[in-house]
Write a protein that binds this ligand. Structure first.
Ligand code: ADP
Ligand code: MG
Length: 448
């Protein structure tokens, strides 16, 4: 994608009502990936799209997909387009992004995801829905129950295909694709295209046009990267001080249990924080995300799975509380900040024992920075993070509902990091928590 001026949405072939709807949402000119894919998708080509996080892939496939449906009519229970997304949150965000543009064309969208009652979805599907945005597990369930038919599908999109593969959803994805007409148009989008995704492409895409932007997230020049070398004993106290900063802060930890522990620690230290992972009930997840999005709860603690694909504007700091174990994860986590040209800081907290592996991951991600030491005289780490002393006055958990891990986890939530790994840091954590004084023991959840 070069520097030459990009055409307008109208010049790319989008109809006027759609262009106006975009304008009302503050979307005036196409991003490069959109300028690249829209004409090909409108022309009916299969498209393979790769762009860094935040580059605008949703509208890159969503807008032309909607236009392809314009003028036709969907029958009850038979959508004419499906979009598959790896997580419920991502599906909800895609639905939100496409809802208004769809209405502008007289089309109806619906998100069909796990964790919400099946029956209501079946009722919804029994009416006319033009575009179904779904997680693969739940859509496969509807297929099995006969509450949806895919024989009228004209366009299928697989978003974040690489992540779909990582989560083990490819069997459901192929099952779903197999139920769409072989002649249907297929679009596959992802931040990276490799591994099992190649298999999917070879099997389901017909003479695809590939549109890729070279830039890795780490190369985004509005993004700043730092590594903090932190003694393990003060790791959690350090994270609490960072989380006490002003501005939206996203904290990544490795396990679901780690999310629960860290949010508890933060509440005890006086910091309102939400926790997001796959075992939280859907209502809780939706509210947590909404509170983070609107800034009511400025700190979000999440696992990779839960946070993947989410875009919340104005996240000014991303913290890898547990260093990622692969560069792709680093880039995806980092991509939650510095979105759409905003500035953002990415900080990786590294304890002594993590230095070797973390260094490897960072180099692979293209990040080469001098580490800053925490715990000594050098206070530069505070400048880059905006860290400050938390109030120390415990805050109640922002969410009303405590979230006991669910045994009956919905079918499309079987990502990594389930109950395994809980043992990880139990002991070490206890010494260096965010607690300001010995008088404040760890709060229990749900005591409100
Ligand atoms: P990706 O899927 O590539 O990570 P998204 O589709 O989630 O990126 O888009 C990232 C952000 O950019 C969203 O907030 C979206 O509303 C915004 N955005 C997308 N396209 C445009 C555009 N043409 N103009 C302005 N903002 C846009
Ligand atoms: Mg996306």
């Amino acid at each position: 994608m070069s520097d030459r001026p990009l055409p307008t949405f109208a010049q790319l072939g989008l109809p006027t009502p759609l262009v106006h709807a975009l304008g009302r949402a503050g979307i005036a000119a196409p991003f490069p990936i959109q300028a690249a894919t829209i004409p090909d998708i409108l022309a009916g080509r299969d498209v393979l799209g790769r762009g860094p996080t935040g580059s605008g892939k949703t509208l890159a496939f969503g807008l032309p997909l909607l236009v392809r449906l314009k003028g036709g009519a969907s029958r009850p229970g038979r959508p004419r387009a499906i979009v598959l997304a790896p997580t419920r949150e991502l599906a909800a965000q895609i639905e939100k992004a496409l809802d208004e543009p769809a209405l502008a064309l007289g089309l109806r969208t619906s998100a069909i995801v796990g964790g919400v009652p099946f029956k209501g979805q079946a009722t919804r599907l029994a009416r006319v829905v033009d575009v179904v945005i779904a997680t693969p597990g739940r859509l496969a369930d509807h297929l099995a129950q006969g509450t949806i038919m895919l024989d009228d599908v004209l366009v299928t999109t697989v978003d974040e295909a690489d992540h779909m593969a990582e989560l083990g959803f490819l069997p459901q994805v192929t099952e779903i694709l197999d139920r769409t007409p072989a002649s249907a148009q297929r679009l596959l989008f992802s931040a990276t295209l490799d591994g099992e995704v190649d298999t999917l492409v070879a099997r389901y895409l017909n003479d695809p046009v590939t549109h890729a932007t070279a830039a890795a997230v780490a190369a985004v020049d509005t993004m700043e990267h730092h590594v903090l070398h932190v003694p393990r004993e003060i790791k959690y106290a350090t994270v609490a001080r960072i989380a006490a900063r002003s501005g939206k802060t996203l904290l990544f930890v490795r396990t679901k249990a780690g999310v629960d522990r860290l949010t508890d620690e933060l509440h005890a230290a006086g910091i309102p924080a939400g926790g997001l992972h796959g075992d939280k009930p859907q209502g809780h997840r939706t509210r947590t995300l909404a509170a983070f999005t609107d800034g009511t709860v400025p700190v979000l603690v999440a696992t990779d799975v839960a946070a993947r694909g989410i875009h919340v504007d104005d996240v000014s700091l991303v913290v890898h509380v547990d260093p990622p174990t692969e560069s792709k994860a680093y880039l995806h986590r980092a991509g939650r900040t510095a979105r759409a040209g905003e500035t953002g800081v990415v900080v990786t907290v590294v304890t002594e024992d993590e230095r070797g592996p973390a260094g490897k991951v960072m180099r692979a991600a293209g990040v080469d920075v001098d580490p800053l030491d925490v715990g000594g005289l050098d206070r530069r780490w505070e400048d880059v993070t905006g860290a400050r002393e938390p109030s120390g006055t415990p805050v109640p958990e922002p969410e009303a509902s405590p979230a006991p891990p669910k045994k009956d986890a919905p079918t499309d939530r079987r990502g990594p990091g389930s109950q395994r790994g809980v043992r990880g840091r139990g002991g070490a954590r206890r010494d260096g928590t965010a607690r300001p004084g010995p008088g404040q023991s760890r709060r229990r959840r749900g005591g409100n």
